[in-house]
Design a protein around this ligand. Structure first.
Ligand code: HEM
Length: 373
C-alpha cells in the first residue's frame, strides 16, 4: 500500500472523501499540526457521554483522567516490570522452542501483552483466556461495510462489552473490600476534585487499557519479526549487534505502524494544506503515510535498524500521545532480544499472509515461522 501514499502526499495531501464523509490527511507536518491543536481538532466522537474514556475526551477532563494512571505508566514504573516481562517471554519461548516452528501470533505475540496487562490490572491469570474473544470483538471497528454487517458488529460489540463489564464488576467488588497493589485498586482510590470515580468510569478505564494495548502490541511484535524474515540481512545485523534492538523496534513502529490512522473532528472552520475544513467534519490523519513522508525521513521506504532521529507518529502526538508507549516499547524490545537469543535462522514459509480485516490496523491474523535452536 505504501507507494499509493507517496502519490497521495504529492497530489492530494488533504482530500475529502465523499463516501466516508471524511477528510484524509497524508503529510507529516499537517498530521502533526492536527494532533497538536487539540482545541480545534477534538477527540470526542462518542454520542453517549457516559461511554467516554481518556481517548475520546477533551481537556480539561482528559488530563484529569489521564493523570490518575500516569504514575503506573512512567518509563521508570514500566522499566521495573522488566524482570517479570522477561520471565513471561522466556516461558512462552520455552513452550515452542523444541518444535522448531510456531505461529508467532498465537503462540507468542498475542499472549504476551494480554498476560502483562492482566497482571498490571490485577486480573487473575486463570481468566486471561477469556479476554481474547472479548478484546478481539471490541476492537473490530470500521470494517463492516454493509448495513447488515454493521448491525451484527454492533450486537457483537455490545455483547462482548456486557460480558467484560460483568466480569470486571466482580473484580471491582473484591478490590473494594480488599485493595491490592494493582491498577484496579489504584483507580478505585483515585479522586478528581475530591471525588472518586464512579464504577462505570473505573470499568471503562480498565477495558480501554485492555483493548487499546493488546492487539497493537501483538501487531508490533509480529510486524518486527515479519521484517526480520522479509529482510534476513537485517535479522543478521541485529542479531550481531543487540544495541540495535531499541532502534529496530522504533523503526518497525515507523515502517509497519500497528495503527495506520488517528481520527479527530474539527470543532470550528479551519484550513489545513490549503483546504477548508468545516466545523463538525471528520478528519483522519494517515500516520502510516506521515511515517514515510520524504520531507521528514531520509530514504523513507528503507528499513534502517539504526535510524536516528526517528520521530514517527505511530503513538500519536500531543496530549493523547499513547499512554502505553513505554510498556509497548519495553515488551517489543524484550521480545525481539529474547527471540534472537533463543531462536536462530528465523524464517517464514512463503505462504500468503492474511491481513487483519480492519482498515485501521496493520497486522496479520497469523504468522507461521520456522527456526533452529
Ligand atoms: C493512545 C498507539 C500500546 C494505552 C494511543 C494513540 C495511539 C496509540 C496512536 C493516540 C490516539 C489518538 O491520539 O487519538 C499504540 C500503539 C501501541 C499501543 C501503536 C503498541 C505498539 C498501548 C498499550 C496501552 C495503551 C500497551 C496500555 C496498556 C493507550 C491509551 C491511550 C492510547 C490509554 C489514550 C491516551 C490519551 O487519550 O491520552 N495509542 N498504543 N496503548 N494508548 Fe496506545
Amino acid at each position: 500500500p505504501f507507494p499509493i501514499f507517496r502519490r497521495l502526499r504529492a497530489e492530494t495531501p488533504v482530500r475529502y472523501d465523499e463516501n466516508r464523509q471524511t477528510w484524509d490527511v497524508f503529510r507529516y507536518d499537517d498530521i502533526q499540526r492536527i494532533l497538536k491543536d487539540h482545541t480545534t481538532f477534538s477527540s470526542k466522537r462518542i454520542a453517549d457521554a457516559k461511554k467516554e474514556t481518556v481517548l475520546t475526551m477533551d481537556q480539561p477532563k482528559h488530563t484529569q483522567m489521564r493523570n490518575l494512571v500516569n504514575k503506573a505508566f512512567t518509563p521508570k514504573a514500566i522499566s521495573d516490570l522488566t524482570p517479570r516481562i522477561d520471565s513471561i517471554v522466556t516461558e512462552l519461548l520455552d513452550m515452542v522452542k523444541d518444535k522448531r516452528e510456531m505461529d508467532l501470533v498465537r503462540d507468542f505475540a498475542y499472549p504476551l501483552p494480554v498476560i502483562v496487562i492482566a497482571e498490571l490490572l490485577g486480573v487473575p491469570p486463570k481468566d486471561r483466556r477469556l479476554f481474547k474473544d472479548w478484546s478481539d470483538t471490541m476492537v473490530k471497528g470500521a470494517e463492516a461495510d454493509t448495513d447488515e454487517a454493521l448491525i451484527q458488529m454492533h450486537k457483537d460489540k455490545e455483547k462482548a462489552e456486557a460480558e467484560l463489564f460483568h466480569y470486571f464488576r466482580a473484580i471491582l467488588a473484591e478490590r473494594r473490600a480488599d485493595p491490592k497493589d494493582d491498577l484496579i485498586s489504584a483507580l478505585l482510590a483515585a479522586e478528581i476534585d475530591g471525588e472518586r470515580l464512579n464504577e462505570e468510569e473505573v470499568l471503562r478505564f480498565c477495558i480501554l487499557l485492555l483493548v487499546a494495548g493488546n492487539e497493537s502490541t501483538t501487531n508490533l511484535i509480529t510486524n518486527t519479526i515479519r521484517v526480520m524474515t522479509e529482510q534476513p540481512d537485517i535479522q543478521e545485523r541485529v542479531r550481531q549487534d543487540r544495541e540495535l534492538v531499541k532502534s529496530t523496534i522504533e523503526e518497525t513502529l515507523r515502517y509497519y505502524p500497528p495503527f495506520v490512522v488517528v481520527g479527530r473532528r474539527a470543532v470550528e472552520d479551519v484550513e489545513i494544506g490549503g483546504q477548508k475544513i468545516a466545523a463538525g467534519q471528520q478528519v483522519v490523519s494517515w500516520v502510516v503515510s506521515g511515517n514515510r513522508d520524504e520531507s521528514k525521513f531520509e530514504q523513507p521506504d528503507l528499513f534502517l535498524p539504526d535510524r536516528k532521529p526517528n520521530a514517527h507518529l505511530s503513538f500519536g502526538f500531543g496530549i493523547h500521545f499513547c499512554l502505553g508507549a513505554p510498556l509497548a516499547r519495553l515488551e517489543g524490545q524484550i521480545a525481539l532480544d529474547r527471540i534472537l537469543s533463543s531462536l536462530h535462522e528465523i524464517a517464514s514459509p512463503k505462504t500468503a499472509l492474511t491481513p487483519i480485516p480492519s482498515p485501521i490496523v496493520f497486522g496479520v491474523e497469523s504468522f507461521p515461522v520456522t527456526f533452529q535452536t
